[in-house]
Design a protein around this ligand. Structure first.
Ligand code: SF4
Length: 491
C-alpha cells in the first residue's frame, strides 16, 4: 500500500484505525501467538500495540506506544501467561492522541467484573453515554470511544451478572462501527456491529484452539484455518465448551467497508470470500475499460497500486513496468521532520527508476486521492525522472465525504474531489489526464454478489446516522485538539 507520507506530516491517504486479534488456546503460548498475529496486522495501525492475557483468575496487560516489535520483547511476552489473549494495534484519527492511556486493550475492573477490550472502528453516539458514566462515578483514563465501550460492558455485566448480557447492552446502547475482541479471565468473546462495517474473522488452530482476527492474514501467520466471519450483530464466545454464538442484535443494512479492498487490507487477505489481491486486479481491469488512454507503460504506485496496475496492463495490452521503488523502512515515526526532510518530500518514501520511464508515456495507477498533495509530488517526480506524459488512473472513486466509521479521511474542506472538478484536479496535480473508477465499477470489481457495502466516502450515503455535532466537525478544517473532543471518537 502506498502510505506515501512524509514523516510528521498529516498523511495524504485515508488511514486505517486499528487491528484486533484474539486467541483462546489452553496449553499454547497465547501471548506469542497474539504477538505474531499483530505483526501480520501491523499495517492497520502503527501508533501503539498491546496484549492482554487471562489465566483463569486475572488479566494482565502490556501495551505501549510504537510498533509491535518495539513494544514486545521476550521478557514482556514471558510475563503474559494464560490461555486467553486479546491484542490490538492502533492508529488514532487525531495526531495529538497517541498516548499510553489511549493504547489498547482497555481494562475495565468494576467490582468483580474484569475484562480487556480491543476495538477496531468508531462509535458515533458516545458523548452522552460518556457523561453518564462519569456522573455515575466510573473512572475513564482516556478520551477514546473504545474505553467508554469497555466501561459500558463492565457496568452492565456487574448489574446483570452475565458478561454476554453486558456485551449485548453495549451493542444496543452504542452505535457506529465496531469489530471487537474481549477477554475475561477465562473466555474469549468476539462481536461485530449490526452493519458489519469493519471485518472480523474466526480461525481454528491445529491444537483445537480458536483465533479471531481483523483479516485472514492474521490467521495465516499462526497456522490457523479460516472458519467463517463473525456475523453482523453476533456475539461469539470461545471457552472450555468450545464455540457458542448468539445473535445479540438483529443485523441491519449490510455495510462492509469497500475501502478495505482498495487500500486497507493486505493483498493476501480474503474478505467475505473475496481475495483482496484479485479484487485489486479487477479494479485495474475495469478502470482500463472505463478510462483507456494511449501510453507506453503502466506503472503501479507501491504497494496497493501494483495489482491494479497489472490488471490495467492485462486488459489494455500496454506493458506493465516496475518504475517506482518504495522504501519499506520509512513509516510512521515520532521523529519530527526537519525542513530538509520536507523538501525531500515524497522521495523519502518513493523513488522513480529513470532508466525505465525516461521518454515514456506513463499510465500511473494509484489507490486513492484525498488531498492531492502526494499525487502532485508524484507526478512532478516522474516528470523530473524523464516521463514524457503522466496519465493518473485511480482505483477508488472520488473521495468527497468524511468517514465516521473508523477511518481518517480528513475533513471535507481538505478533500480535493469535494472542492474541484476533474479538470481542476488534473491541473492542480499536473497530470496529462486524470480518471477515477466509477462507484459501480468498484462494486463490480470487488464482489458482485456481496450483501452490501458501505461506500459513503464516495457516495455520501451513510449506513449509520451521524450526530449533527460530529458531522459539523467533519466538514470543517481539522483542529487536532477538537477532533478528539467530547465524542472521543478517535479510533
Ligand atoms: S465511509 Fe468509506 S472508508 Fe468509511 S467505512 Fe464507508 S467505505 Fe469505508
Amino acid at each position: 500500500m502506498s502510505t506515501s507520507m512524509i514523516p510528521g506530516e498529516r498523511p495524504d491517504r485515508p488511514e486505517e484505525a486499528c487491528a484486533v486479534f484474539g486467541v483462546y488456546a489452553p496449553g499454547e503460548d497465547v501471548a506469542r501467538l497474539t504477538c505474531f498475529g499483530l505483526q501480520a496486522l501491523q499495517h492497520r495501525g502503527q501508533e501503539s500495540a498491546g496484549i492482554a492475557v487471562g489465566d483463569g483468575e486475572t488479566i494482565v496487560v502490556h501495551k505501549d506506544l510504537g510498533l509491535v516489535t518495539q513494544v514486545f520483547n521476550e521478557a514482556a511476552l514471558a510475563a503474559l501467561t494464560g490461555h486467553v489473549a486479546v491484542g490490538h494495534t492502533r492508529y488514532s484519527t487525531s495526531g495529538g492522541s497517541a498516548s499510553w492511556e489511549a493504547a489498547q486493550p482497555h481494562i475495565s475492573a468494576i467490582d468483580d467484573v474484569l475484562i480487556a477490550l480491543a476495538h477496531n472502528g468508531t462509535l458515533v453516539n458516545i458523548a452522552s453515554i460518556r457523561a453518564k458514566l462519569i456522573d455515575d462515578g466510573v473512572q475513564l483514563r482516556s478520551s477514546t470511544d473504545s474505553e467508554v465501550a469497555a466501561k459500558v460492558i463492565g457496568v452492565a455485566t456487574q448489574r446483570t451478572h452475565h458478561l454476554r448480557e453486558g456485551i449485548k447492552d453495549m451493542m444496543t446502547t452504542l452505535q457506529g462501527a465496531y469489530a471487537m475482541v474481549l477477554a475475561s479471565p477465562d473466555s474469549l468473546y468476539a462481536f461485530r456491529d449490526p452493519n458489519g462495517i469493519r471485518p472480523l474473522c474466526i480461525g481454528t488452530l491445529p491444537s483445537g484452539g480458536w483465533v479471531v482476527s481483523s483479516e485472514t492474514c492474521g490467521l495465516d501467520i499462526v497456522g490457523a484455518t479460516y472458519l467463517r466471519d463473525v456475523r453482523p450483530g453476533e456475539i461469539v464466545r470461545f471457552s472450555e465448551s468450545g464455540l457458542d454464538s448468539v445473535q445479540a442484535v438483529a443485523p441491519a443494512r449490510r455495510a462492509s467497508c469497500i475501502f478495505e479492498y482498495v487500500y486497507f487490507a493486505r493483498p493476501d487477505s480474503v474478505l467475505d470470500g473475496q481475495s483482496v489481491y484479485q479484487a485489486r486486479r479487477n479494479m485495474g481491469r475495469i478502470l482500463a475499460q472505463e478510462a483507456p488512454v494511449a501510453a507506453d507503460l503502466v506503472l503501479g504506485v507501491p504497494d496497493s497500486g501494483i495489482p491494479a496496475a497489472l490488471g490495467y496492463a492485462a486488459q489494455s495490452g500496454i506493458t506493465y513496468a516496475d518504475g517506482i521503488v518504495k522504501n519499506r523502512y520509512v513509516g510512521r515515526t515520532f521523529i519530527e521532520p526537519t525542513q530538509t526532510m520536507r523538501q525531500m518530500g515524497i522521495k523519502i518514501k518513493l523513488n522513480p527508476l529513470p532508466s525505465v520511464i525516461e521518454g515514456k508515456r506513463l499510465i500511473v495507477i494509484d489507490d486513492s486521492i484525498v488531498r492531492g498533495n502526494t499525487s502532485k509530488k508524484l507526478v512532478a517526480m516522474l516528470r523530473q525522472a524523464g516521463a514524457k506524459e503522466v496519465h493518473l488512473r485511480i482505483v477508488s472513486p472520488e473521495v468527497k465525504w468524511p468517514c465516521f466509521y473508523g477511518i481518517d479521511t480528513d475533513t471535507q474542506d481538505q478533500l480535493i474531489a469535494a472542492n474541484m472538478d476533474n479538470e481542476q484536479m488534473c491541473a492542480y496535480i499536473g497530470a496529462d489526464s486524470l480518471a477515477f473508477i466509477t462507484i459501480q465499477g468498484l462494486h463490480d470489481a470487488v464482489h458482485a454478489d456481496h450483501p452490501g457495502f458501505c461506500d459513503a466516502c464516495f457516495s455520501g450515503s451513510y449506513a449509520v446516522d451521524i450526530p449533527l455535532a460530529q458531522q459539523r466537525r467533519s466538514f470543517i478544517q481539522k483542529d487536532s485538539d477538537a477532533s478528539e473532543s467530547d465524542d472521543g471518537s478517535s479510533e
